[in-house]
Design a protein around this ligand. Structure first.
Ligand code: ADP
Ligand code: MG
Length: 342
């Protein structure tokens, strides 16, 4: 079953058509979209002419498709799934992209003390089934699945570029990082084509390059928790950055009147309960994507502490608590708010 299309962030571009004296006036705006990775990838770019724009966008989408063929956990033929078939066996040499994304995932697992864990696959499978059947997974099945979850059992060796999954039956799931990685990779392809003023949005994971020629930054809206289609609650001004939103507003299983998110707490094996949405701003979309999920798991206090401990991150946490909806920005979040006077 394919994941639902997620539009956690709305993208609005400011000041269209106004050409600043500082930039070449001949740049035009182009927009493209294609379905990939269970969501819609949208590219907005500024180029001198249509042929250049189309060629660059085509190459960027091809790169995204290539990454999907490597990282998908829905396609049994993906490089990731073939690696998982070798769980419990000797090391396997992998592509540079798979190694790269696993190294990044490992770094974030360590920083978040395992709240982010791409070995969560066996548990994710149980919850996908629960969502379809509307029946809670059996506690015993969750326990058994958790026995195969441990990011420390993914052994990475950069010398031979090999990966060894130490436990038999391990199953990796890159759903919490692959879209951000693909958005960054697509932006890099556009840059190779000479296009630096571009945005790549993979549903709620967005990578932005240089600002549009007629604006100081890309203007990106954060949708409200309860009604993602409504007018954004905050607008961000971003360039050369990544921004991601995770939460349960669109993907969850409702069982026995309780709402379980598709974001799993690896310590318990249960989907996060209670409505929450976390937006993370980072230097790139791989990082913002990988952090939004564990911040959802960690909750307000520990999540915010983690964000504040790093000067390359900012976040907005929106949690439904017994006090109602609490909206908590990190200290640096205000630095990224769109100001109309800019
Ligand atoms: P999306 O934009 O699809 O909502 P998220 O960045 O919110 O993606 O990540 C959610 C996905 O990450 C889940 O669908 C699942 O594949 C995976 N996942 C769930 N829980 C965890 C976790 N604790 N650590 C790493 N990945 C997770
Ligand atoms: Mg994420």
């Amino acid at each position: 079953m394919l994941a639902h299309v997620t539009y956690s962030l709305l993208i609005l571009l400011a000041g269209l058509g106004v050409v600043s004296a500082f930039h070449p006036p001949e740049l035009q705006r182009f927009e493209f979209s294609e379905p990939h990775m269970g969501t819609t990838f949208r590219i907005v770019l500024y180029a001198a002419d249509e042929a250049t724009a189309k060629k660059a966008a085509k190459a960027a989408f091809a790169r995204i498709a290539e990454l999907n063929a490597i990282m998908s956990d829905y396609q049994p033929t993906s490089e990731l799934m073939k690696l998982c078939e070798k769980a419990g066996s000797p090391p396997v040499q992998v592509s540079a992209d798979l190694f790269d994304v696993l190294r990044k995932a490992d770094e974030i697992s360590r920083i978040t003390d395992g709240a982010f864990d791409v070995s969560i696959g066996p548990v994710v499978r149980l919850w996908r089934k629960a969502k379809r059947s509307r029946e809670l997974p059996k506690a015993d099945d969750i326990k058994k699945a958790l026995d195969r979850v441990d990011f420390r059992k993914i052994r990475l060796d950069s010398k031979g570029r090999t990966v060894q999954l130490l436990l038999a039956g391990m199953l990796l799931d890159l759903g919490g990082i692959a879209k951000g990685y693909a958005a960054d990779a697509a932006l890099a392809v556009l840059r190779q084509h000479g296009i630096t003023r571009a945005l790549v949005a993979a549903g709620g994971d967005i990578a932005v390059g240089d600002a549009p020629p007629d604006a100081p930054a890309w203007r990106i809206g954060i949708a409200p928790l309860r009604n993602p289609g409504a007018e954004p609650t905050h607008y961000l001004a971003l360039k050369n950055a990544g921004v991601s939103t995770a939460g349960d507003s669109e993907q969850f299983a409702e069982i026995e009147g309780k709402r379980y998110s598709h974001i799993i707490d690896p310590k318990t094996g249960y989907g996060v309960v209670g409505r929450r949405s976390v937006t993370v701003i980072a230097p790139n979309a791989t990082t913002s994507d990988a952090f939004d999920t564990p911040i959802c798991v960690l909750g307000i206090e520990r999540g915010l502490k983690l964000i504040e401990s790093r000067d390359d991150l900012a976040a907005l946490l929106v949690f439904e608590t017994d006090k109602g909806i609490e909206t908590i920005p990190s200290n640096r979040f205000a630095n990224y708010l769109w100001k109309d006077t800019k």
